[in-house]
Design a protein around this ligand. Structure first.
Ligand code: C5P
Length: 232
């Protein structure tokens, strides 16, 4: 699994995204399109970025009945995305249906990863709001195993969980990790953060970096610093 830095393009229009990426001149970073940009700009921004040569992680976190997810995934797969995701809470059956929907006629498909517990959900909230007992760590590993058994390629998790996910699900099970900040950088609303260098040390396969790059004075230099620390 090639390590890479994925830039979270959390913008509310296609124009802002294209203006931002124009700063990178010839470079074609791997980008993440989340709900904000997709709901604002629709499938055309995905096609545009693919045509321009970017790899795209479409982060829409699907969670619905298996048949609905399967059909939605078939549509997303035709957009040519490289990676997309579902909530593991949708069950193994839903995740298997997602794989079926994603698989194209020629047998190829984008990588599919699962969200275990959102990093905004802490253990107390999981107990009180979701009525899920036990340590959050155990729940995250159980959901990761469910994803693996359903045939998914990996999970979104904290870099701090990446090592454990690899030991439970195997080295080739992909860990995609947000919550990245430069040493001494602004943490914002992220709770547990690590530097790109530490994420590498902890075994992350991909880091997802938003504001440390998008809000930087020099986004290209910030991206290059991430690559230097994480990919080396
Ligand atoms: O700006 P920042 O680096 O915090 O952006 C992180 C990105 O990763 C955001 O797009 C956020 O939605 C996403 N993400 C996350 N935690 C998760 C799943 C996705 O921060 N558990």
């Amino acid at each position: 699994m090639g390590k890479d830095v994925i830039i979270a393009c959390d913008f509310d229009s296609a124009q802002k995204t294209l203006d931002f990426l124009a700063k990178f001149k010839g470079k074609k970073p791997f980008v993440k399109i989340g709900m904000e940009l997709y709901y604002a700009a629709g499938p055309s921004i995905v096609k545009e970025l693919k045509e321009r040569g970017h790899k795209v992680f479409l982060d829409l976190k699907l969670h619905d009945i298996p048949n609905t997810v399967k059909k939605a995934m078939a549509v997303l797969s035709e957009l040519g995305v490289d990676m997309c995701n579902v909530h593991a809470a949708g069950t193994k059956r839903m995740m298997s249906a997602a794989i079926e929907g994603l698989t194209r006629a020629d047998g190829t498909r984008p990588l599919l990863i699962a969200v275990t517990q959102l990093t905004s959900t802490d253990e107390q909230t999981m107990h009180d709001d979701l009525l899920i007992d036990g340590p959050i760590d155990k729940v995250v590993m159980h959901y990761a195993q469910n994803a693996m058994h359903a045939g998914l390629d990996g999970v979104v998790c904290s870099p701090l969980e990446a090592g454990k996910v690899h030991s439970v699900c195997g080295k080739s099970f992909v860990t995609v990790t947000p919550g990245i900040r430069f040493a001494g950088g602004d943490v914002g609303d992220q709770k547990r953060v690590t530097t790109p260098a530490l994420a590498k040390e902890l075994g992350s396969d991909y880091i997802v970096v938003g504001r440390p790059i998008t809000a930087a004075e020099d986004p290209v230099a910030a991206y290059e610093q991430c690559v230097a620390e994480f990919v080396g």
